[in-house]
Every structure is written in structure tokens, then in C-alpha cells.
Design a protein around this ligand. Sequence first.
Ligand code: MET
Ligand SMILES: [Zn+2]
Ligand SMILES: [Zn+2]
Length: 433
Amino acid sequence: DRQNDTPVGRFQNYLRINTAHPNPNYAAPVAFLTAIAQTLNLQIQTLHFTPSKSKPLLLLTWPGSHPSLPSLLLNSHLDSVPAEPDKWTHPPFSAHRTPEGLIFARGAQDDKCIAIQYLEAIRNLKAANFTPIRTVHVSLVPDEEIGGLDGAAKFAASKQFHDLNVGFMLDEGQANPGDEFRVFYADRTPWNLIVKAQGTPGHGSRLYDNGAMENLMKSVEVMTRFREVQFDEVKAGNAAISEVISVNPVYLKSGIPSGDGFVMNMQPSEAEAGFNIRIPPTADPELLRKRIAEEWAPASWNLTYQLLEQGPTRDFMGRPLATATDDSNPWWSVFKQAIESAGGKLAKPEILTSTTDARYMRQQGIPALGFSPMTNTPILLHDHNEHELIMNIFSRLQHLFFSQHLKDTIFLKGIKVYESLISALSSFEQRSQ
Ligand code: MET
Ligand SMILES: [Zn+2]
Ligand SMILES: [Zn+2]
């Protein structure tokens, strides 16, 4: 119907497909986006990087007039983090639109908005008879929220990807409560660290050395001190959060279960803690590995550890994963001009506090920027009541009362920004890149 046959209608319908972990439905969004791509006359491929074929990657292509030039890649992930429906004002997969034009849904900001914006921008450019010089690809990838190992990681390492000859990539960014567009030239790489302690068990009343709890607590204390030193740099204004190493405990596990509680008069022989670590490109990963082995989880305290590095920290040449935002990167000035010609103002380029799939493309040496067209919007990714917002004072006041959404005017303006970006970046002719 007519309501559905609009950019906002398509956005809402996409949001109504539940692609939240731990069991994202990938078949439905692939079918949905394929149908849109057919109406746009794009080339459509569904790639699989797992034997079960349960994690499809949809690759859409708009061939350029000079297909031998390096191409432009626009990326968005299909999956989202889970939602706790009880804590939302509107059900997280209803894509409810308030009278003020706020759309509530898990994935509204992270990052289903950009998938639809890419496709609507292409629709408008095609309607205006624009022909790209460079080929434009849109990748809709699975599993970003769980590390991308069966998604972007395998895609970026594949022959299919290599054959795309990608020259530049745009990926997701983060909303800005202010009115500048945020752009990200690097991510922090996530490491998951599990520290396991063993120790002497015994009666709950005894005082002795080398208990599992004591050994684990020593580790937690050392890591907490490291965390404080990093955080103090941020608090003192010497660094942004994204420029330091963060180490946050995410679970603690020990004790001898009894009924719905624990045995209280026994000291356990095993204890475990999990940490989420994020490493900026400026940090030395080797130094951190050494620190973990020698200071955080030394064998001399009866500690062992598992370190899962979720993706690279260095590119294929051993360089930090950061995209240049100066004249050494010819794509940068084209990007910047495209934002300006759409009437936007760019914020100072930042490192992203969190992580995106762009790290896998940067690893291949491809310049990649994280970008968000969400200005004047509260940062609600992974939060309850994710949404988009308007710019006038009346709406800002309204926002005080309806603080959880993606305002459709911001969403529609975002389509215009992507039209400007796609047309400029795909028309950029310099051959050396
Ligand atoms: C665990 S890989 C990254 C997943 C998600 N984008 C995050 O930053 O947490
Ligand atoms: Zn995301
Ligand atoms: Zn996310």
C-alpha cells in the first residue's frame, strides 16, 4: 500500500524483521532487501561463508561506466543486539512511529537506518539518471554484533571480495546529539579475556594462602588499577575514551552451588572472571599481550587465561588500522566536500569507542570511514528505546518528553547526504587510488 511504499515505510518494514541475537533471522532480511534491490535493478548475489549456509551475505552492485576503476563499498550489518521488551516504551520490533515522527525499534540506529538510506539514495540517483563512473557495491552482512568472524572477516579475506577491487568503504558510525556529522577513521579492536584461578579449597572459616578466590581477586585488582590509570587520562581531559585501552569486567563466576544459592562454609577451588577489552590503533598489542601474561594472569598466582582477539589490530603491512583523514588520502577530500555540498558540517574525525566491520577491510589496506548521518540525535545504540530526531527547538523540547527514537526527518535528510556521498565518491576519477 501507499504507506509502505515510501522510504520510511520500507525502513519500518525492515525494522519489523527480528534479526536480534542470539538467533537472528537472516533469511527474512535478505529476502526483503533482495526485493528492494530488484526494484532498483541492481545486480544481486547472496554469498555464504559457512557450510550450513545459515549466515548469508547479500551483495548488491550498481555497475559503473568505468568498472576497471577501484569501486566504492557501502556496508551495513543485518543483525542487531537483543532487546528487553519490558523496558521499552513501544515493542522493539514494532517500528512504532509516534505522531512526532520518532521511530522506535531495535536496529533503528544500529544500523538498519543506513542500509535503507543507501538504497533510497541509489533509488533517487537512478531516478535522476545519474550514472556512476566507479562501480558501487552495497554489502549487507551477518554477525557483526558477535565479532563478524563468519561475516565481514571471511568476506574481506575472500576471492570474491578481492575481485570487487574496493578502493574505499563507508561503514556505520554513531549518532551525534549536536548538529555536526561524526566521522570515524578507526575502531578499537575487541579482545575477550577470561581469567581462571585455581587454588586450595577448604573450610569457610580458615585463613590460608593461595585460595582460588584470593588468586582471582589479585588479578582483578591489578586490572582495576590499570583501568583507573586509563580512565584518569580521560577524566583529566588528556584523551578521549576511544584513545585509551578500556578493560571492563563483564562477569564473575565461582562458588559451590546449593539450592538457589551457594554453600557458604566452603572456599571454592576454582574461580573465573570475564573482561571486555578494547584496544585503540595507537596502543601496542604485543605489549598488552605481555602485560596480560606477566601482570594480569601470571601462572605464579595459579592463574590461566584465554584471550580471544576479535579481529586484527594491524593491517597486512603491520601498520595500525587507521584511515588517513588528510591529503595523503584522496578519498578524504572528496568525502569532506560531499558532506559540505549537502549542507552538512563535519565533526573532527574520531576513533570509534566501539568496533565495526570496517576493521577487516582496513586490514586489507582499504581506506574506510565510519559515518553517521544522525545529527541532533541521542546516542541510543544497544540501549532501550533506540530511535531518530528533528532539529528545531520545538522538537528538541518534545525530545525531552519522548527520548527514545529515530526521527524520520533526520532519516530523510540522511538519504540526501548519502546521495551526495555516493555521487561524489563514485565519480571521483583519480587513477592512482
Ligand atoms: C564484538 S565485535 C563488535 C561488536 C559491536 N559492534 C561492538 O562494538 O560491541
Ligand atoms: Zn552496528
Ligand atoms: Zn551494535
